[in-house]
Each structure stands twice: as structure tokens, then as C-alpha cells.
Design a protein around this ligand. Structure first.
Ligand code: NAD
Length: 363
């Protein structure tokens, strides 16, 4: 048995808790250091792991015990932190989006050399999306024709104590929730060739509802209702909606229509959930048994997938393609034209069905 893979986490905010849950007791990895612009947050993170050190960002990047930098900072800091980590010869796995715009995201992948660049979301590696993919790949819906993806909520200022970044470049419902849905659509239908978008903004300020800044108004710098059409290379067409401007929705998170059946998927912001299939003439939906994917996984499974056997399915190439889909939707909405994409990515191998015990979760 070699040494566990050393992980240094930069950015100990709200989402870091979920990563600690997945990684803290996993036998193949060890969280060796934490860092944050706010030293108190770094220290609070380090306290969760015996022997973990609270460092400055520079110290963490230079630390020989760190093999991979886990970048959980806000979107505007994703590229600077990732590039600095790569300069220190580390692998990088980061939260989505890879960067707020395509140019710095491309710079990250260009700078990688022999290091691995991975990026969230990794929910598409869970049993939900992977079971749906297994059905699609087995030809059970016939030739895939179309997909419809939809996410609507009132806005994260309702629950997040520091929601500013959701309303800046790199935020908005498209950049925040789009990665889950678009990554799932990529796994199901493959890369996208061109997109068209239309978007709107219901108001120019939002009010923080919770935490020490409750009542404070923050500016809205991005569109908060975004719709689009994705033309996949395969010929399938996806229709998508992401909105901070609705109260609630009953729309299915993702439906996929094939020539022989329709699939209904669970929420791709989560790893598991029921996949249902409906055939022509049937009165009901059939629930599909779990066939593929990491079961009961949590955020960070994309990093575990890489560390355990070089799976590397949550690859930065996919995140770059998803990012270009999002920036092109935004440009298309602003400019009123259909946009051909420059990037593409290869669908990674399906995740074989892997129980929680098998992927090495702590007991
Ligand atoms: N909150 C969620 O539910 C959620 C869910 C999924 C993904 N994410 C993603 O996770 C990322 C972080 O979100 P969050 O909600 O944890 O944000 P947060 O604001 O709670 O935490 C971000 C942390 O990063 C630190 N930070 C910012 N810039 C830094 C830098 N240059 N160097 C070091 N530390 C820096 C901040 O001080 C803060 O502690 C975002 O990309 C977000 O899209 C968040």
C-alpha cells in the first residue's frame, strides 16, 4: 500500500463541508492542508482532520505533501488558483465552473502538462445519470432525438449568507446550475455543435435573506432567466431553461426522447434517484433498476475516480466544453445569433455499477 494521495483544499466555504464528508475518511486520500483568504475558515477546516495543517494559499501550493489542490474558491478565483497550483506541479480538481470565461479555462488546460485537471460537477458519475446512460447506450430508447432540461428557483440569496458571486460574471442560474444539467446531457447525448439562447433579468438588485448580512442589497450583473437550444453533434436537440426568476416548477429535471421510448431522469444536482422509461402504448412508466454509476456518492467522487484508478471521468475537457456551451448561450442571447462551438470533448467510459462500499466510502 502506497501513501494516500495528499489533498490540499483552497477555499473553506459553504460547499467544503460536502467534500470533507466524502474525502475525510476515505482510505485512498488524505486532506493534509487547508487554506483560505480568511485564516479563521482555513483553521476551522483543518480542525476537522487530525494532522491537517492550516496554511496560507502560497504555503499550501508549495507543500510537498499536497499532490492535488482541491479548488473550492468562488468562480472568479478558480483560474488564478488553478494556474498557480499547476505552476507548482500539482494536479487540480475544482468546483464549477472551470473559470468564468473560456480563455482562462483554456489556459488552465494548456498549462496542465502531465498534471491532471478535473472539475465538478461529478454528480453525472452517480447512479442516476449513469443508469440512464446505460439504457441509452444499450439502445433501449432507440435513436435519441431530443432532451428537455429545466431548473427554476427564486435565487440563492434566500439561503446563502454570501450570495454575491451568484449575481456576478461566472454566476447566474446558467453558470451555477447549468453545469449539472449540461454535463448530464453531455454524458447522455455527447458533445454540442452549436447553440442559440434567449435570456432576461427580472430585477437589478437582490436582497440577502439570511446570515450576518440579512437585508443587504446586492447588485445583479447577469441575466437571471436563461433559455437555449443545443444542437448536438449526433443530431439530437436539447432545450434548456435555467432561472432564478420563478417560484417553483413541476417540470421534470431532464427528459430524453428516443424513437422508441422516453426516459425521465432524476435531478442531476444529486447523484442518485429514480430513472423511469416509458414505451409507446404503455400506460405507465417503468422504473429502471440501478445499472451503472457510483451509488450513494457525494461531491468529490470525481477526484476519487481519478485517484483510485486514473478514471479521470470528471475531466477538465468536459468542463471546458460545458463552459463554452454556457458562454455561447449568453453571447447568443445578447447578440441574437446562433453560435458554432469551437470546443468538443469525448464521452468518458461509463462508470460500472459501484456500491458505496466498493468506491471506498468510510463506514
Ligand atoms: N454552496 C453550494 O451549495 C455550492 C454547491 C455546488 C457548488 N458550489 C460551488 O463551490 C464554489 C464555492 O462555493 P461556496 O458556496 O462554498 O462559496 P463560499 O463563498 O461559501 O466559499 C468560498 C471560499 O473561498 C474563499 N476564497 C475566495 N477566493 C479565494 C482565493 N483567491 N484564495 C483562497 N480562498 C479564497 C473565500 O474566502 C470563501 O471562504 C463555487 O464555485 C460554487 O459555484 C457551491
Amino acid at each position: 500500500m502506497g501513501e494516500p494521495h495528499g489533498i490540499g483544499i483552497v477555499g473553506i466555504g459553504v460547499i467544503s463541508g460536502q467534500y470533507f464528508d466524502t474525502l475525510a475518511a476515505h482510505p485512498d486520500v488524505r486532506i493534509v492542508a487547508t487554506a483560505d483568504l480568511d485564516p479563521a475558515r482555513a483553521a476551522a477546516g483543518a480542525q476537522r482532520i487530525p494532522g491537517c495543517r492550516s496554511l496560507t494559499v502560497e504555503e499550501l501550493l508549495a507543500d510537498p505533501a499536497v499532490d492535488t489542490v482541491l479548488n473550492l474558491t468562488v468562480p472568479a478565483a478558480h483560474a488564478p488558483v488553478a494556474l498557480a497550483a499547476l505552476r507548482h506541479g500539482k494536479n487540480v480538481y475544482g468546483e464549477k465552473p472551470l473559470a468564468p470565461t473560456v480563455a482562462p479555462a483554456r489556459q488552465i488546460l494548456d498549462a496542465a502538462g502531465s498534471a491532471w485537471v478535473g472539475c465538478a460537477p461529478d454528480t453525472a458519475l452517480g447512479a442516476g445519470v449513469q443508469t440512464a446512460r446505460a439504457a441509452v447506450d444499450a439502445g433501449e430508447i432507440g435513436r435519441p432525438v431530443a432532451a428537455v432540461a429545466s431548473w427554476t428557483a427564486p435565487g440563492h440569496e434566500a439561503w446563502h449568507p454570501h450570495p454575491d458571486f451568484y449575481y456576478r460574471e461566472g454566476g447566474g442560474p446558467l453558470f451555477d446550475m447549468g453545469p449539472y444539467y449540461l454535463t448530464a446531457l453531455f454524458h447522455l447525448l455527447g458533445p454540442v455543435a452549436r447553440v442559440s439562447g434567449a435570456s432576461s433579468r427580472s430585477r437589478d438588485v437582490r436582497q440577502i435573506a439570511t446570515g450576518p448580512r440579512a437585508g443587504e442589497e446586492i447588485p445583479v450583473e447577469v441575466d437571471t432567466h436563461v433559455t437555449g437550444i443545443l444542437e448536438h453533434v449526433s443530431g439530437a436537440v436539447s432545450t434548456v431553461t435555467f432561472s432564478f426568476d420563478g417560484v417553483a416548477t413541476q417540470a421534470a429535471p431532464i427528459e430524453m426522447h428516443g424513437e422508441e421510448a422516453t426516459l425521465a431522469l432524476p435531478d442531476p444536482n444529486f447523484f442518485d434517484g429514480e430513472v423511469r422509461l416509458r414505451r409507446p402504448g404503455a400506460d405507465n412508466w417503468d422504473s429502471l433498476p440501478v445499472r451503472a454509476g457510483y451509488e450513494n456518492a457525494g461531491r468529490g467522487i470525481g477526484l476519487i475516480d481519478f485517484v483510485r484508478d486514473g478514471g479521470a471521468r470528471a475531466h477538465g475537457d468536459i468542463a471546458l466544453h460545458v463552459l463554452e456551451i454556457m458562454t455561447a448561450l449568453t453571447d447568443s442571447a445578447r447578440e441574437g445569433r446562433r453560435i458554432d462551438l469551437m470546443t468538443t470533448a469525448t464521452r468518458p467510459p461509463i462508470v460500472p455499477r459501484t456500491s458505496r462500499a466498493d468506491w471506498g466510502a468510510a463506514h
